[in-house]
Design a protein around this ligand. Sequence first.
Ligand code: SF4
Length: 352
Amino acid sequence: MKPLDPRDPLVGMTITELERAMMSLGEKPFRGRQIADWIYAHGIASFGEMTNLPLPMRTHLEEHFRVGSLEERGRRETPDRRTRKVAYALDDGGLIESVYMSTTRRYTFCLSSQQGCGFACRFCATGRMGRGRNLTSGEIVEQALRLRRELPPGQKEFNVVFMGMGEPLENYDAVMRALDLITGPHGLHVPTKRITISTVGLVPQILRLASEGRRYRLAISLHAATDDLRSKLMPVNRTFPLEPLMRAVRTHIERVGERVTFEYILIEEINDTLADAAKLVRLVGQLPCRVNLIPYNPIGPGRFRRPSPERIQRFVDHLGPRVPAVTVRYSQGVEIGAACGQLAGEKEIALR
Ligand code: SF4
């Protein structure tokens, strides 16, 4: 358990809040803007490095505030270091994980929005942990700041996906506040088109996103094309079945003007037959969308298996000419438990 630090973290504060925080210490408001610059633009993690602040002020700051609140507890990396799963301890001792993924062309940070998850999707390790708590916007932004430090020198661009632990739209306010900072000109300045929010399909929140006109990319974890099967794989489907979900998705597409991604984990003999492919086409084939097929990643003993390459190809071949776009994502980092559905706040990496 982390000892409780009474000092408020500054990561997660907007410019206005940082200005106020500085005024509470008797400093001029412009110091808040300088600190925002150090934290968000330069990624500085300690007051000692904020060299345009007078030394006594840095000491004063240290007494009353801390820069962030996460503490790295361990990491696993693939041998080529392209995928890195990092565990962080929260103030209350809970563990979360974030994943840094790189290819020759792109860098992607997979962030967590909750510690644990209460949605209990059957194929997901996080879902087995049960409900934890919502992360604060500061805890979300800090994951991005920390992963940004891992980029190679000179690399500035990266994507952010909310596909780590938790359901981002269940923690709507904190996630949107974090995204305001991640995309904002005084924050990390990431273009909105580089942000993807992945959801199990919380209909009211999808409609709220649409009505607020937030132009983040939306990914729907679909995984089945009938209510019967989807309810078995994802209990949330009993609350938000396919019909209202697809209506909300259509509204989102109309209002935001962006195509949507449907995530579909392929599980042998469960949802990977040609009949399943045909049902999927009927459900999404007419929408401006991309279907992203993810061959199942093992999360321990259980009856789910990854389909053979032939079965996967047969599914792709059926979808190919019938939906606007189809991709197969062989998740990075399966061997270190960093792939889709595998994040579970593992104690052994956290304690190493
Ligand atoms: S897939 Fe997402 S929503 Fe479902 S249990 Fe896992 S973390 Fe929760």
